[in-house]
Design a protein around this ligand. Structure first.
Ligand code: ZN
Length: 114
């Protein structure tokens, strides 16, 4: 993460300064682009320093686990058809089902305990 982020941040920062400098010669739009690039540079350095990798890994592990447990006997709420792994999508930590039979779409609980 860090190895990629720093050269990328340096490149973005370089282009940001270039845009601002050339924009100062009468191109207001380029100044805006330059400022956006410099903000992106700052964000990238911040991300590299506060590496978000551990939290992402935790989320993925949690989803994998509940996915394996839940998908064994997963049936559609609307039509009762069997739902395979290809009909399940994970978005923002929640599991969403798109039924291939009746095209119902809904969110399922992580671990239903009957
Ligand atoms: Zn269905």
């Amino acid at each position: 993460m860090k190895l990629v982020a720093y050269p990328l941040a340096a490149l973005l920062g370089f282009f940001g300064v270039m845009f601002v400098v050339s924009g100062a010669r009468g191109q207001p739009l380029q100044i805006i682009v330059g400022v956006i690039l410099l903000v992106a540079t700052g964000a990238m350095i911040w991300l590299a320093l506060h590496k978000l990798k551990p939290s992402v890994t935790t989320v993925v592990q949690k989803i994998d686990l509940s996915g394996d447990v839940n998908l064994q006997e997963l049936t559609c709420r609307a039509c009762g058809g069997a739902i395979g792994k290809e009909s399940v999508a994970v978005r923002a930590g929640a599991v969403f089902v798109n039924c291939p039979y009746c095209s119902a779409a809904y969110q399922i609980e992580e671990e239903p305990k009957w």
